[in-house]
Design a protein around this ligand. Structure first.
Ligand code: SAM
Ligand code: DTB
Ligand code: SF4
Length: 319
């Protein structure tokens, strides 16, 4: 595993002829992963909307009018019912997301810890994404059995300030370090389609690949342009650029799960197939992400059947 990839190394890979890039990524993929297998996760928005951060892509930010409902933290039973349904649908990981800047202390955090224990008791991996964490909070999540914590870097350090002004890149890195120190696996990736340059994508990949160890999962989100957010009118991205980014991530971080995350509804089956060929080996299942649509169970079943892809089962957890 290399952690010292330079921007030049990465640019050279990203700009390879497309077919050469895909072949190289697929060869790397096969050294570390079962070739026709994809891991499935399901998301639950455990606390929606009203977030004090100003992430320009996010429909849950209180800074923008997007029509997303503001809710309180869901109850334990509601979360566990959703987790059981996710397991029945073939997911091995249940991801709980909250529109928080950081985790509130007290009863709400205790309830999240209960949710984590409950999901683990179902035999599934548990992931949370709750915003910034202090070390004692990361340790408590680890104590509850949390498998993974999602905290994205989103883009390069240079472009970050154009997307988010209410926190810094270093804040993000500090939380990631606390998650790692607590012994929780790291889920960290970014977004394509925010108007970032190729250099910004390469800068993101360099940051991710410099983490030692690499994040165990790397979500690559295609921007879901939501009306009311500053990025609501962004034109769609060229899917082949998304494929390039996934292939490059696969080559830089060979053992990581590369998750084709938000944005699948706007991709053709053919584009998704290229993403899998490039080394994506995880997706979100179920017709809802946090606030936006995702392919239905039937659509995914049909796609995986056409591609001969099978979902990883609970006996072969990735965590
Ligand atoms: N509030 C927490 C945080 O920001 O870490 C957790 C939830 S937040 C919604 C998780 C991630 O979802 C963000 O880091 C971003 O990468 C992704 N995301 C949010 N809105 C998106 C959108 N419209 N399109 C694509 N990805 C999005
Ligand atoms: C990640 O990287 N993508 C997921 C998960 N981590 C939490 C969230 C995608 C959100 C897409 C926009 C929405 O549905 O609100
Ligand atoms: Fe809040 Fe997370 Fe959305 Fe940013 S991405 S506004 S931190 S919920």
């Amino acid at each position: 595993m290399r952690h010292d990839w330079t921007v030049e190394d990465i640019r050279e890979i990203y700009r390879m002829p497309f077919i050469d890039l895909l072949l190289r990524a697929q060869l790397v993929h096969r050294q570390h992963h079962a070739p026709n297998e994809v891991q499935g996760s399901v998301l639950l928005n455990i606390k929606s909307g009203g977030c004090p951060e100003d992430c320009a892509y996010c429909p849950q930010s209180a800074h923008y009018r997007t029509g997303v409902a503001r809710t309180e933290l869901v109850g334990l039973e509601e979360a566990l019912t959703a987790a059981r349904a996710a397991r029945d649908r073939g997911a091995t990981r249940f991801c709980m997301g909250a529109a928080w800047r950081d985790v509130p202390r007290g009863a709400q955090f205790d309830r999240v810890l209960e949710m984590v224990r409950g999901v683990r008791a179902l035999g599934m991996e548990a992931c949370c994404t709750l915003g910034m964490l202090e070390q004692d909070q990361a340790d408590a999540l680890a104590g509850a059995g949390l498998t993974a914590y999602n905290h994205n870097l989103d883009t390069s350090p240079e472009f970050y300030g154009q997307i988010i002004t209410t926190r810094t890149y270093d804040d993000r890195l500090a939380t990631l370090a606390r998650v790692r120190a607590a012994g929780i696996t790291v889920c960290c990736g970014g977004i394509v389609g925010m108007g970032e340059s190729v250099d910004a994508r390469i800068g993101l990949l360099q940051q991710l690949a410099s983490l030692d160890p690499h994040p165990e999962s790397v979500p690559i989100n295609l921007l879901v342009a939501v009306e009311g957010t500053p990025l609501g009118a962004r034109p769609p991205e060229d899917p082949l650029d998304l494929v390039r980014l996934i292939a490059t991530a696969r080559i830089l971080m060979p053992a990581s799960y590369v998750r084709l995350s938000a944005g699948r509804v706007s991709l053709s089956d053919e584009a998704q197939a290229l993403c899998f060929l490039a080394g994506a080996n995880s997706v979100f299942l179920g017709d809802r992400l946090l606030t936006t649509p995702n392919p239905t169970e039937d659509e995914d079943r049909a796609l995986f059947e056409r591609l001969g892809i099978r979902l990883q089962n609970l006996g072969e957890l990735c965590g």
